[in-house]
Every structure is written in structure tokens, then in C-alpha cells.
Design a protein around this ligand. Sequence first.
Ligand code: BT5
Length: 254
Amino acid sequence: KQILKTDVFGKRYVYMDTTESTNLEARRLAQQGAEEGTVVVTEEQAAGRGRLSRGWYSPFGKGLWFSLILRPDFAPVEAPKCTLMAAVALTKAFHKMGLTDAGIKWPNDILVNGRKLVGILTEMSGSMEEISYIVMGIGVNVKTKQEELPEELKLIATSLTMEGIDIERTEAFKIILESLEHQYYEVLDSGFEETLNEWRQLSVTLGEEIEVRAPGNTYEGVATDIDEDGNLLVRIPDGTVKRIVAGDVSIRPR
Ligand code: BT5
């Protein structure tokens, strides 16, 4: 904590040996009024969560499992773009660590050669008019080794160690928090436009043949762009463009 160069992120820092989920803990703290920038971090999660009640594998001491409380005064419709903002900040942080192959898969994954290094789970509380708080949950696999991965993740997950990046978790955390804070203040100062442009540059989804499973529908087509709200635009074979608000993307191998 002492070595952090951030102004706000991590000023209040809650460290736990173990917890169910840092997102749950952060929401509890936010409800009690915890200030913007509060960071909740744990060595392991007993019930780490992904989207749609999927799980997040969070073994003791192997990763950065943390949540960040934000209280921005932009409109609630902007909140989903915080996931894209976090993905941009994290990818830039990995590039800084020497991992130049890290790229973003819409909406919330950071991949290295098709394997998932990071998952992001953004949750918002508030009304239609006002954000009360955003909890941004981030899981980064740092020290996990290939042979330690559970069977179902063996082919789809990776870690900094597995990618040959030898870095202590504290050092990685410092670089990541600084990058997140920098990106957040750029958004507060000048809006999301520049961050969305950076997202386009860092994306591994755009220009690819994809399959996207959205609630109620599955589409195959080419991911052409994201719109100003961060939705994914997919051109399907009949030429129409579908706007995807939420869903899971698989990139079709060429
Ligand atoms: C996510 O969901 O990727 C969001 C994960 C967010 C985790 C952080 S950790 C701190 C905070 N506290 C929490 O409880 N959660 C957040 P989704 O896109 O639904 O992807 C979930 C899928 O990723 C799973 O179904 C697995 O296939 C895969 N997966 C699970 N654990 C993984 C891991 N450690 N590394 C790579 N892939 C994993």
C-alpha cells in the first residue's frame, strides 16, 4: 500500500485471507457508505463469481482477486462501459509488464493466444437517474501453473506465470491499480470516447468471424465495431447488423 502511486484507488484497502467473493464484500461495504476507490482484495475466494451465476476459480495465493468501489456521477446507462474501461486499463498494464500478446475479447475477457487471463464482473446499484455505486470485480491469474488448473480450465485459462511473466503479485497489483486509476480519471475528465478508441485498438474480437450467444438468440457473423454505448456490432450473412448488448462470444479459428 505504501508504494502505491495512486491518489484514490487503494487509499482504503481491505485485505482478507479468505472470503466468499470480493464483489459481495465490496457491495456490503458500499452499502455502508465506503468511499470511492475502496479496494477489497483476498488470497482466495470460496465462491468466486462470473457472470450468469458461473463460477470463478480463485485458489489461495495464486492470483489477484479484488473488487473496486466507484461512485462516478455519470448516468447509469454509461456504467456498462466501465467493464470496457477496466479491460483497456488492464491490457495496457500487461503490455507494460512485457506481455504484448494480451488482447480484449468483448465484453469482459482478457486473452493471451485465445486463453483467458482475466475476468471482469461489473455490478451497479442505483436508480434510473443516479448511480449509487459500481463494484468492479477483477480476477487475474498470476502464479497458477498449467498442471494446477482444474480439468475444465486446462485448455481455456492462462496466467502471467504460464505466459513467462515472472512478477510478484504486489508489483503486478501496483501496476494494475495505477493503470485503472489513470483510465478512470481520463474517462471522468473527457468521457469514454478515447477509451473506446483504445478498446478498438486492443480488441481481438473486431474483424473476426464470431459466434455470439445473446439471451434468446445466437448469431454468426463478423464483429465489425462497438457503438458509443459499448455494444458489439455483428454483421450477419444476410448483411444486416445486429447490436449485441450482452452475450458470450467465441472467435472462430481461421
Ligand atoms: C467472468 O465471468 O469472467 C468474471 C469473473 C470475475 C472474477 C472476479 S474475482 C474478484 C471478483 N469477485 C468475484 O466473485 N468475481 C470477481 P464470465 O465471463 O461469466 O466467465 C466465467 C467463466 O470463465 C467460467 O465459466 C469458466 O469457464 C472460466 N473461468 C473460471 N475461472 C477462471 C479462471 N480463474 N481463469 C480463467 N477462466 C476461468
